[in-house]
Design a protein around this ligand. Structure first.
Ligand code: F6R
Length: 370
C-alpha cells in the first residue's frame, strides 16, 4: 500500500531510514560497535585475494561504489563488471577470488549465469540479495541479505541504499580481517554507519527544494549531465540512470575529471549539470569543475553539505549556479546519504513531466530473460 504517498517510488525513498536501519542491524553490533560475529564468521577476507563483483543496472553501481571503499579501507582488490559482459567473455580469474553477485531480486538472468560460471570455475561465491528465497540466495556459498523489504517501484531506490549499507559493513569486516584497521577504527566506521538512518531523514528534508529544481531546471530539458568524483562518480551514473528510467530525459554521468576530455563540449545553457560534491578530499577539484561549467554558460545544480566552501562566481556565472545543501556527513557514508537527493530529483522530474513513475515504459522489475 502506498499510504499517504503518490507513488511506490516516493514511499520507498522515504522508507530508507528504516530499510537501511534494518539492513545495518543484520551486519553491525551497535553495543560492541563492531561487525556482528555471525557476519565475521561467514567469511574470512584474509583468504580472499580479489573480489569480483557482478551485477546489472543499479546494483552494478552499488558494486562500483563499494570498490572505492574495499580498496581504500581493506586493501582488497576489487573488479566490478556488468554481468552481461562478464558472462560472454572469458575472464581471467585469480585463484582465491570471491565472486559476489549483487541483486535486488536474486533472479536477474545475466547475474545468475555469471555467478554459476564462477561456481563452475571453482570460485567461492556470495550473493548479496534482497529476496532471500531467490535462486542466487540458494545457490551461492554465502548469503549476504539486504533487508530493504519488498520493492515495488520499478526504479530501484531503497534496495540500492540497502546494498550500500551491507557492502560498506562488509568493507569494515574486510578491513578488520585483513589487519588494515584496528578495533578503534572498526568502532569509528561502525558508528558512522549507525548514524546513516538519521542522516537519511535529514537528507529527505531537501525534498521541496529538489522538487522546485526538478520543475524549473530539469523537467523541460532534453539532456542532463551528472558529475562526481571518487565514489560519487558511480553515484553520478546512478543519478543519470534514475532520471532516464522514469522521466525519459536523456542523462549521462561522468567522472568530473573527464569533463575536459570531451563532455565539456556538450555544455550550454540548455543542459543542466548536476554536481554531487560531499565534503571529501576531492571537493576542491569538483568545485573547480563547477567553475569550468559555469564559465561556459552551463547551469549547475550543486548538491553539497559545504556550500561555504564553494568559490564565489562572478557575473552571469554566479546566476547559473544553484546550491542545494545536504546534511554534513563523513565521506565513508556519503554515497548512502547523497543517494537521497539524486533519487528525489529524478522522482520529482518525472512527476512534473507526468510520466508513469512506478511503471516506466519498456521496463520490468525483474529481468529474468537476457
Ligand atoms: C534501476 C533498476 C535496474 C536493476 C537491474 C538489476 O532502477 O532497478 O537497473 O537494478 O535490473 O536488478 P536486480 O538488482 O534485481 O538484479
Amino acid at each position: 500500500e502506498k499510504g499517504a504517498f503518490r507513488h511506490f517510488m516516493e514511499k520507498e525513498v522515504h522508507e530508507q531510514p528504516e530499510s537501511c536501519q534494518r539492513t545495518l542491524s543484520a551486519y553491525l553490533d551497535p553495543v560492541a560497535k563492531s561487525v556482528r560475529a555471525d557476519i565475521k564468521a561467514s567469511i574470512d577476507f584474509k583468504d580472499i585475494t580479489r573480489l569480483q563483483i557482478i551485477a546489472c543496472g543499479t546494483a552494478y553501481y552499488a558494486g562500483c561504489i563499494a570498490k572505492y571503499a574495499f580498496e581504500k579501507i581493506a586493501g582488497l582488490p576489487v573488479d566490478v563488471e556488468v554481468a552481461s559482459e562478464f558472462r560472454y567473455r572469458t575472464p581471467a580469474m585469480t585463484a582465491g577470488s570471491l565472486a559476489m553477485a549483487v541483486s535486488q531480486s536474486g533472479e536477474t538472468a545475466d547475474t545468475l549465469a555469471a555467478l554459476r560460471w564462477c561456481a563452475g570455475e571453482g570460485l567461492k561465491t556470495a550473493a548479496l540479495v534482497n529476496v532471500h528465497t531467490s535462486t542466487m540466495a540458494r545457490e551461492a556459498d554465502i548469503l549476504w541479505p539486504t533487508h530493504a523489504g519488498p520493492e515495488i517501484g520499478v526504479a530501484s531506490t531503497k534496495a540500492f541504499t540497502a546494498q550500500l549499507s551491507a557492502l560498506l559493513s562488509l568493507v569494515v569486516c574486510a578491513g578488520v580481517q585483513r589487519g588494515k584497521i584496528d578495533a578503534a577504527q572498526e568502532a569509528h566506521y561502525v558508528q558512522l554507519l549507525l548514524e546513516t538512518p538519521g542522516l537519511i531523514s535529514q537528507a529527505l528534508v531537501m525534498d521541496s527544494e529538489l522538487s522546485k529544481v526538478a520543475a524549473i531546471d530539469l523537467s523541460k530539458s532534453s539532456d542532463v549531465i551528472y558529475l562526481g568524483r571518487g565514489a560519487m562518480f558511480p553515484l553520478a551514473l546512478e543519478g543519470a540512470l534514475k532520471l532516464k528510467e522514469i522521466s525519459y530525459i536523456h542523462a549521462e554521468g561522468y567522472a568530473a575529471g573527464e569533463l575536459k576530455h570531451g563532455p565539456i563540449a556538450l555544455i550550454d545553457e540548455k543542459t543542466p549539470v548536476v554536481v554531487i560534491a560531499p565534503d571529501d578530499e576531492l571537493f576542491e577539484k569538483t568545485a573547480s569543475n563547477v567553475q569550468e561549467v559555469a564559465a561556459r554558460g552551463g547551469r549547475v545544480i550543486m548538491i553539497t553539505c559545504v556550500p561555504e566552501k564553494v568559490p564565489t562566481l562572478s557575473g552571469d556565472a554566479a546566476k547559473s549556479l544553484k546550491i542545494i545543501k545536504g546534511p554534513a556527513c563523513d565521506p565513508f557514508i556519503a554515497p548512502i546519504i547523497y543517494s537521497v537527493p539524486i533519487q528525489l530529483l529524478a522522482y520529482h522530474t518525472a512527476v512534473h513531466k507526468g510520466t508513469d513513475v512506478d511503471q516506466p515504459r519498456n521496463l520490468a522489475k525483474s529481468v529474468t530473460v537476457e
